[in-house]
Design a protein around this ligand. Structure first.
Ligand code: HEC
Length: 110
């Protein structure tokens, strides 16, 4: 019995610590990306503006926490960033958007 309780405690902990990473819905995030017009400044698959650089491989170099913080307030992460801040996104929109970005794992073009 004791062992069983231990195992379920470990499982519960795993579930809690894994949750933030999988909270987002990437398909919904793609819509947030469109609605927020991120493509005015960013390219994905060769489509979009060039000012902010391509995001095709952003999922290989950034993690969820970094992305969330950055999108909400770029200057809090990189003081010289020229990107517009998005403090008005809801937690869900941000989670979804970040889930979408994390699926972008193309090989960086050299
Ligand atoms: C007005 C233009 C503009 C818009 C709109 C914009 N960005 Fe950016 N973004 C930039 C620029 C410029 C940078 C490069 C930051 C710098 O100046 O150092 C950047 C950087 C980023 C980065 C960091 C890339 C990296 O790995 O260094 C991410 C991620 C990003 N933008 C996501 C988004 C998302 C998501 C949206 C829509 C919610 C968005 N951006 C809208 C201009 C923009």
């Amino acid at each position: 019995m004791k062992r069983l309780m231990c195992a379920s405690a470990v499982l519960a902990m795993l579930a809690v610590s894994a949750a933030p990473l999988f909270a987002g819905d990437a398909a919904a995030g793609k819509e947030v990306y469109k609605a927020q017009k991120c493509s005015m400044c960013h390219q994905i698959g060769g489509e979009g503006g060039k000012m902010g650089g391509a995001l095709d491989s952003v999922g290989t170099k950034r993690d969820a926490e970094w992305l969330k913080k950055y999108i909400k307030d770029p200057k809090s992460v990189e003081a010289a960033s020229k990107m517009k801040a998005y403090p008005g996104l809801s937690d869900k929109e941000l989670d979804d958007l970040v889930a979408h970005l994390l699926t972008l794992k193309a090989e960086p073009k050299k």
